[in-house]
Design a protein around this ligand. Structure first.
Ligand SMILES: C[S@@+](CC[C@H](N)C(=O)[O-])C[C@H]1O[C@@H](n2cnc3c(N)ncnc32)[C@H](O)[C@@H]1O
Length: 360
């Protein structure tokens, strides 16, 4: 039995900017980091020929399998209920309907981890349990439910900015936000171990405070389900695309052969693949957990396995990673386009978003 834990039960990378950069076509072969599974599902819904979803943590892959099998086994209202989007007292009953359609390995794993299903699979990651503790126990010390609801209702950026300055950004908010985003707390309780390995920045809390300040004056809150989830433990009225009814309906019709899930480090996986295999890559922020040498070696594999004209997207959080300079003749970037997308990013905590085209 595998003893890996689920670190992320949702993807914390904005699928809208990912899709806008990747522009999926029906002949695309896509490589996607699994993480919480959400963005692999969003890519599948976009209708490529194939998505290969890779994660070195097998538990993340079992979660992806659970999400897609839930879409295929349950009516829409029960899908939302089972996954933990809406409230439920019958998740374990719903699990019985899903269980028989899982692969043997995933069925055994989930049966041994049914406690993770209690609040719904989307709530069970280490990171999500951390944000839930923040929303339930820490945020109420600073802002009332009414104030939180007001912050999350803005469609109009100008009014949002005034509210943030006058009501939200208090001394108490800064103090508690600083506390929970300190390197010490995030490393022990929130992010996957290893994500801080190459982070030299000690004053992480200040960095995140500035990023959130900037975010709150740039992106309207009303449909930002990432921010809703962090502050309330629920998504609000807008859902990630794989949870919207359209996405759900499409997930039910996609053929099994369109998705391949594999457990491996991305480097080892790509090393085993022939030249010119993938036309699109969604790489989360995996580069920052790699040393410089590992980063460069991975870029070599990406370029080798990329088809001519392939597009690669990824984010950087606390470590700024990029392709090595010697590979730059093989890479083209439309900085203006990427910067425009970055301005719309619904997740506040990244430093940068990247989309490159591979020339061969
Ligand atoms: C990179 S983490 C997401 C981190 C999150 N955005 C953050 O900043 O805390 C997403 C997923 O990538 C997987 N992962 C990280 N590095 C990987 C690698 N080299 N190969 C395969 N999967 C990897 C992890 O297991 C995890 O499930």
């Amino acid at each position: 039995m595998n003893t890996e834990i689920i670190n992320y039960s949702q993807c914390w990378e904005d699928p809208d900017i990912m899709l806008a950069a990747l522009k999926i076509n029906s002949d695309d072969k896509v490589l996607s980091i699994t993480s919480g599974g959400d963005n692999t599902l969003v890519l599948l819904i976009a209708g490529p020929l194939k998505v290969v979803s890779v994660d070195m943590n097998i538990a993340q892959n079992y979660l992806l399998e659970l999400k897609i099998v839930a879409a295929r086994s349950l009516p829409y209202n029960e899908y939302l209920e089972f996954l933990g989007v809406t409230r439920s007292k019958q998740r374990l009953v719903l699990f019985e309907k899903v269980h028989s359609r899982l692969s043997d390995e995933a069925a055994v794993w989930w049966s041994a981890h049914v406690s993770l299903l209690k609040s719904g699979p989307i709530q069970c990651g280490r990171f999500e349990r951390f944000t839930n503790i923040f929303a339930s126990y820490i945020l109420p010390l600073v802002h009332s439910k009414k104030t939180v609801a007001k912050l999350l209702a803005f469609d109009d950026l100008e009014k949002q900015c005034i509210f943030v300055k006058q009501k939200w950004d208090s001394k108490a908010w800064r103090f508690f936000f600083g506390l929970i985003t300190s390197r010490f707390i995030l490393k022990r309780y929130a992010r996957q171990r290893g994500m801080f390995r190459y982070t030299e920045k000690e004053t992480v809390a200040n960095i995140y405070r500035k990023r959130l300040e900037q975010h709150l004056v740039s992106v309207p809150t009303k449909r930002n389900y990432f921010l809703h989830y962090i502050l309330t433990g629920e998504y609000g009225e807008t859902l990630p695309p794989y949870l919207e009814e359209n996405g759900y309906t499409q997930l039910r019709t996609i053929s099994d052969s369109a998705l391949h899930i594999t457990t491996s480090s991305i480097f080892n996986y790509l090393q085993s693949m022939p030249d010119n295999t993938f036309s699109k890559f969604n790489l989360s922020d995996i580069f920052e957990a790699l040393s410089s040498a590992e980063n460069d070696a991975l870029w070599e594999q990406i370029i080798r396995t990329a088809k001519p004209g392939a597009v690669v997207v990824y984010w950087n959080n606390l470590v700024e990673r990029s392709y090595p300079a010697y590979l730059s003749p093989k890479i083209k970037t439309d900085d203006n386009f990427v910067n425009q997308l970055r301005l719309k990013d619904k997740v506040f905590f990244y430093n940068s978003f990247h989309a490159h085209t591979i020339l061969k």
